[in-house]
Design a protein around this ligand. Structure first.
Ligand code: FRU
Length: 482
C-alpha cells in the first residue's frame, strides 16, 4: 500500500460536541461541499472535497483530500488543489472527478475564473501526495458554440474501448438541464459530441428537474445506465435526481426518474466503482442553520454515509448503507414481535445522539407509523420520521428539531410504495445534527437537526389511528470514525 504523509494539521475549529457529527466525514474545521474525485486506488479509498481553508463559508474553493482503507475511518491528507492567481482556476477549483489514466491518477475539475468554469486537468506522479496542473489548462477553452447555455461546469469521465467520454453539467435556455457529451483520445484534447440528455424545466412529474444540472455522474448498474444530476435553478440548489435507462451508441434513453433523497440536505452526490465492483456514492450533507450559526460553529457541511447502489426489480434504484459501517456498532438493544408501547418501554432508557436504528414495522391498521429521534423528554424538541400508509409517503419532519431560531426545519417527503404484506424496513442513522434514513432499500430521506437541550437524545416509536407491530428493532450506539 502507498505510504502517505502522517496526519496533516488542517485548521481546527472550536469543539462543537452538540452538533458536530462523529461518524460522518468532515474536515477538522471550515467549509465543505461536494465530494470530488472519488476513486479506489491501490487498495485505498480517496475522497476529495470542495473545501475553503479560510472559514466555514463558500469562497475560494480548494480540493481537500482524505484517504481510507475501509471506507469508514479517514485520514486527512494535504490539500490537493489550490486556486492559482492569474490561472484559469484563480477563483476556485470547483467540482470534478478522478480517473486512472494508464496508471497516472488524473483529476478533471472546473477551474473557476472571471469567464466562468472551464475544464482543467491535474495529475500526480507520487501516488496522489502532490498534484501538478497541466500547463495547457483549460483543456476545453469555451462551451460548445451555438448553444444558449445556463451555466456550464462539473465532470464525469469514463472509457469505452480506447476512447474517453466526458459529461459536463449545463442547462439549455428555454429547455432544461443538460448533460453535454465530449470525447477524447487522451483526456487533454476534447471534441464536443452533443447533449447526452436534456431535461424539460416545465415538467413537474414525476420530478421537476430545474433549468440546470450540476455534478453529472453516469455509470452502468445492473445492466442499465444511471445518469445522476443535481437540480439547480436560478442560483438555488434543489436535490439530486437519477434517470435510469438504456445507453447504446452514445445515446441515452431514460425510462425512470426519481429523487436520490427526499430531504433538503443531501446534494451533489458522486459515485465510483470500487475494486470489488460495488457502486459507492457519497453526497454533501448541507447545513440547515443560518450562516451566523455556521460561522459560530467554525465548520459547515459533512459527507453522507457511503451508500451502495444497486438496481432492483423493474429498474428501481436501491441504496444501502455500506456494510463496513457495522464495525462502528457498540452498545445494543433488541426487541422482537411486540407492540409499540412495549417497545417504547424498552426505549425509555435510550439516550443517544450517535445511534443506528434498524426497525421493521408492520403497520397493521395504523394510519401513520414512525419514530421520534433526538427527542426531549417533554417532546418539545424532536425529529419525526413517519410513513403515511394511505398516501404511501415517507416523511421527515424537522420543524420541531430545534428550538433555536437559527435552524430552519421543514417537512420533506416522497413516495414509498409497500407491496401487500411488505413491512416498513427502516435504517436510521442519527449523528448529532445529521439524520440519514434508508427505507426498504429504495427511498432515502436525510435532514439536519440542531437540538438545543442536552436531554434531546431520546428515541420513541409511534403508531396513530390503529395498532402496528414491531417485527424487530435493533439499536446500536455508534462509535466515532476518528
Ligand atoms: C455544487 C456546485 C458545483 C460546483 C461546486 C462549487 O454544489 O455548485 O456545481 O462545481 O459546487 O463549489
Amino acid at each position: 500500500m502507498p505510504v502517505h504523509p502522517t496526519t496533516v494539521a488542517l485548521p481546527t475549529a472550536a469543539p462543537d460536541p452538540r452538533h458536530r457529527p462523529r461518524y460522518h466525514f468532515l474536515p477538522p474545521a471550515n467549509w465543505l461541499n461536494d465530494p470530488n474525485g472519488l476513486i479506489h486506488w491501490n487498495g485505498e479509498y480517496h475522497l476529495f472535497y470542495q473545501y475553503n481553508p479560510a472559514g466555514p463559508f463558500h469562497a475560494l474553493i480548494h480540493w481537500g483530500h482524505a484517504v481510507s482503507a475501509d471506507l469508514v475511518h479517514w485520514r486527512h491528507l494535504p490539500l490537493a488543489l489550490a486556486p492559482e492567481p492569474g490561472g484559469p482556476d484563480e477563483l476556485g477549483c470547483w467540482s470534478g472527478c478522478a480517473v486512472d489514466h494508464d496508471g497516472v491518477p488524473t483529476l478533471v475539475y472546473s477551474g473557476n475564473s472571471a469567464v466562468g468554469q472551464r475544464a482543467c486537468v491535474a495529475t500526480s506522479a507520487d501516488g496522489m501526495q502532490t498534484w501538478q496542473k497541466f500547463a495547457g489548462n483549460p483543456v476545453i477553452a469555451a462551451p460548445p458554440p451555438g448553444l444558449d447555455l445556463v451555466e456550464y461546469r462539473d465532470h464525469t469521465i469514463w472509457q469505452e474501448d480506447a476512447v474517453w467520454y466526458q459529461l459536463i453539467g449545463s442547462g439549455i435556455r428555454g429547455a432544461g438541464g443538460a448533460a453535454l457529451l465530449y470525447r477524447s483520445a487522451d483526456l487533454y484534447a476534447w471534441e464536443y459530441v452533443g447533449p447526452l440528455c436534456v431535461g424539460d424545466a416545465r415538467t413537474t412529474a414525476p420530478v421537476w428537474t430545474g433549468s440546470m444540472w450540476e455534478c453529472p455522474d453516469f455509470f452502468e448498474l445492473g445492466g442499465q445506465h444511471v445518469l445522476a444530476v443535481s437540480v439547480w435553478d436560478a442560483g438555488q440548489l434543489y436535490y439530486p435526481v437519477a434517470f435510469v435507462g438504456d445507453y447504446a451508441r452514445h445515446a441515452f434513453t431514460p425510462a425512470r426518474l426519481g429523487k436520490l433523497d427526499y430531504g433538503s440536505s443531501f446534494y451533489a452526490p458522486q459515485t465510483f466503482r470500487d475494486a470489488s465492483g460495488r457502486r459507492v456514492m457519497f453526497g454533501w450533507m448541507r447545513e440547515q442553520r443560518d450562516e451566523a450559526a455556521q460561522r459560530a460553529a467554525g465548520w459547515s457541511g459533512a459527507m453522507s454515509l457511503p451508500r451502495i447502489l444497486a438496481l432492483g426489480a423493474a429498474g428501481v434504484l436501491e441504496q444501502r448503507p455500506a456494510p463496513e459501517l457495522e464495525q462502528l456498532r457498540g452498545r445494543h438493544i433488541h426487541a422482537q414481535a411486540v407492540g409499540v408501547a412495549e417497545t417504547n418501554a424498552l426505549l425509555a432508557g435510550v439516550s443517544s445522539d450517535t445511534i443506528e436504528i434498524m426497525l421493521e414495522l408492520a403497520p397493521g391498521d395504523a394510519a401513520e407509523v414512525g419514530a421520534l429521534m433526538l427527542r426531549s423528554p417533554d417532546g418539545a424538541e424532536q425529529t419525526r420520521l413517519s410513513y403515511h400508509c394511505a398516501e404511501r409517503r415517507l416523511a421527515l419532519d424537522t420543524t420541531r428539531a430545534s428550538l433555536s431560531g437559527s435552524a430552519h426545519g421543514g417537512v420533506d417527503s416522497g413516495p414509498l410504495e409497500l407491496a401487500a404484506g411488505e413491512p416498513l424496513r427502516l435504517r436510521i442513522f442519527v449523528d448529532r445534527s445529521i439524520v440519514e434514513v434508508f427505507a426498504n432499500e429504495r427511498a432515502c430521506v436525510s435532514g439536519r437537526a440542531y437540538p438545543t437541550r442536552e436531554s434531546s437524545a431520546g428515541l420513541e416509536l409511534f403508531a396513530s389511528g390503529g395498532s402496528a407491530t414491531v417485527v424487530a428493532l435493533d439499536a446500536w450506539e455508534l462509535g466515532a470514525i476518528w
